[in-house]
Design a protein around this ligand. Structure first.
Ligand code: ADP
Ligand code: MG
Length: 444
C-alpha cells in the first residue's frame, strides 16, 4: 500500500474533523508506519506528541479511519526513537500548544458552526434563538432551553453559539460542558478538596453552554451544585443555554426548583426532520465532505432510511461514500440497497392487525385487553380511535371488520372514531406527527 498517498488522504479528511491548527501542529507530523487488518500504526515525532494525540484526538482518529477508510481497527501511536525532553521543544511549538490549551478551556469543538447547520421547520425556532444569543443578544432569552430527541442537533447548536461568539467577543469566558463532565469534575473536586476552585471556575463564566441536562436527574449533590451555579450566573445576568432530551415539565425525576428555573427564559424544541429537511442535510454534508450525490439520491435516502436522527442519517451517507470509494462505483439506488440494506424501510413488509395494535398499546402504555374493551376513559378511547384510524389507513379494512376487532362495535361507531381523528388532524400538527411516526414504525 502507498502509505504516502494514504497519509495525504487522511490529512485531507482530518480537516473536516479538526481545526487547521490541530492538523498542522499535530497530525501533519505523524507518519504511517503500518496498516494491516487489525492496526493502523502511526508514528509521532516524540513522546509528548504521542501522549497529546492519544489524550485528545485518538477517538476522532479512529472515527476517521472507520468512516472514511473503512478500517475498523485499532489506532496505535508509537513514538520515534528520539526521546525529547519537554524543555527541548522548540518555542514555536510551545506557543502553539499554549494556544490550543486556551481553546481547550472552552471545550468548544470548531467543527460545529451555524454555517454547517441546516435550518428547517423542525428546528427553525431553536436555530433562530441560538443565533440570536450567538450574536450577543443576551438576557432576552435567559436561560435558553433547547430540548429534543437524540441526534437532532442540540450539541451542534451549543457549540455553534460558543464558536460564533468567540469570533467577535473573544474576551468572553465561554464554557461548553456536558452535564456528565460537570458531575465528574465535581466528584474529583470533592475528592481532592478543591470545591472552592470548582465553584470559582463555574461561577465566573460569561456564557454557560450546559449540554444534556437530563443526566442531572437522580444526582442530588450535582443538581444542588448546578442549582447554585445557575443562580449565581443568573443573578450576575450571565447567559445560560441548556440542552435536554425532554421539556422541563417532563423532567419528573428532577427537583421542581431546578425545572422551574429552566422555564424562566425561552424554551424551544427541535422536532425530527421532515423528508425535505433530511434531503437538505444530506446535500449539505455531501457538499462539505466532497461526496458526490445529486438531489434525487438525497431525496431517495431521506425517504427510505429508517432513521429520524440526523446523526444516523449523516452516518449512513458517510458509510455509503466509503463503500462507493471502496467499490469504485458511483452512488446510485443499487449501490444504496447493497450498502445500506438493513437501514432501509421495507416497503413490501406485510403489516398485520396485531402489529398495529401492538404499536398503539406500546406507545400509549395500555393493555391490549383495555384497548379492545368497551372502556370509555378518555385516554383509552383516544388510543382506541387512533388504532382504528391507523387500521383503516394502513390495512384498508372495512368498517365492520374493524368493529369486530374491537368487541363487535357497529360500523357507525367505527366511522365516528375515524371522523373524530380526521377532524382533530385538520388542526393538530402534533397528532399528525404522532400518527405518521406510529405508521412509519410499523414498516421498520
Ligand atoms: P444531539 O446533541 O441533539 O443528540 P448532535 O448535535 O450531536 O445531536 O447532532 C448529531 C450529528 O448530526 C452531529 O454530527 C451534527 O453535526 C449533525 N446534525 C444534527 N442536526 C443537524 C442539522 N440540522 N444540520 C446539519 N447537521 C446536523
Ligand atoms: Mg448531544
Amino acid at each position: 500500500m502507498n502509505y504516502e498517498k494514504f497519509f495525504n488522504e487522511f490529512i485531507e479528511e482530518s480537516k473536516n474533523f479538526f481545526t487547521e491548527q490541530v492538523v498542522e501542529t499535530w497530525l501533519q507530523k505523524l507518519k504511517v508506519k503500518n496498516i494491516d487488518g487489525e492496526n493502523v500504526v502511526l508514528e509521532a515525532p516524540n513522546k509528548f506528541y504521542k501522549l497529546w494525540i492519544e489524550q485528545n484526538y485518538l477517538e476522532t482518529l479512529k472515527k476517521i479511519f472507520t468512516e472514511k477508510f473503512s478500517i475498523t481497527s485499532n489506532v496505535i501511536i508509537k513514538n520515534a526513537n528520539i526521546t525529547l525532553k519537554r524543555d527541548n521543544l522548540k518555542s514555536d511549538d510551545s506557543d502553539k500548544i499554549a494556544n490550543i490549551v486556551v481553546k481547550k478551556e472552552t471545550n468548544l469543538n470548531k467543527q460545529y458552526s451555524f454555517d454547517n447547520f441546516v435550518a428547517g421547520s423542525s428546528n427553525q425556532f431553536a436555530y433562530t434563538a441560538c443565533l440570536s444569543v450567538a450574536n450577543g443578544n443576551f438576557h432576552t432569552y435567559n436561560p435558553l432551553y433547547i430540548y429534543g430527541g437524540v441526534g437532532l442537533g442540540k450539541t451542534h447548536l451549543l457549540h455553534a453559539i460558543g464558536n460564533k461568539l468567540l469570533e467577535t467577543k473573544y474576551k468572553l469566558k465561554v464554557l461548553y460542558i456536558p452535564s456528565e463532565q460537570f458531575t465528574n469534575e465535581m466528584i474529583t473536586s470533592i475528592r481532592k478538596n478543591k470545591m472552592e476552585e470548582f465553584r470559582e471556575k463555574y461561577r465566573t463564566i460569561d456564557i454557560l453552554l450546559f449540554d444534556d441536562a437530563q443526566f442531572l436527574a437522580g444526582k442530588e449533590r450535582t443538581t444542588e451544585e448546578f442549582f447554585y451555579t445557575f443562580n449565581t450566573l443568573y443573578d450576575l445576568q450571565k447567559q445560560i443555554v441548556i440542552s435536554c432530551d425532554k421539556s422541563p415539565s417532563e423532567l419528573s425525576h428532577m427537583e421542581k426548583r431546578i425545572t422551574s428555573r429552566f422555564s424562566w427564559g425561552l424554551i424551544v424544541d427541535i422536532q425530527p426532520p421532515s423528508v425535505e429537511e433530511k434531503s437538505a442535510i444530506l446535500l449539505k454534508i455531501a457538499e462539505l465532505k466532497n461526496i458526490k450525490i445529486d438531489s434525487n439520491i438525497a431525496v431517495y435516502l431521506a425517504e427510505n432510511l429508517k432513521t429520524e436522527n440526523n446523526r444516523e442519517l449523516i452516518g449512513a451517507l458517510i458509510r455509503l461514500s466509503a463503500y462507493s470509494n471502496f467499490k469504485n462505483k458511483q452512488i446510485d439506488k443499487d449501490l444504496i440497497c447493497e450498502c445500506l440494506k438493513k437501514y432501509l424501510i421495507e416497503k413490501n413488509k406485510i403489516i398485520t392487525i396485531d402489529d398495529v395494535l401492538k404499536e398503539v398499546t406500546t406507545y400509549f402504555n395500555i393493555k391490549l385487553h383495555d384497548l379492545k374493551s368497551r372502556k370509555r376513559t378518555s385516554s383509552i378511547s383516544y388510543s382506541r380511535n387512533i388504532a382504528i384510524y391507523i387500521l383503516r389507513k394502513t390495512l384498508n379494512l372495512s368498517l365492520q371488520e374493524i368493529g369486530d376487532i374491537f368487541g363487535g362495535r357497529d360500523h357507525a361507531t367505527i366511522l365516528y372514531s375515524i371522523n373524530k381523528i380526521e377532524n382533530i388532524l385538520k388542526k393538530d400538527k402534533e397528532l399528525k406527527y404522532l400518527i405518521d411516526t406510529l405508521i412509519k414504525n410499523l414498516y421498520k
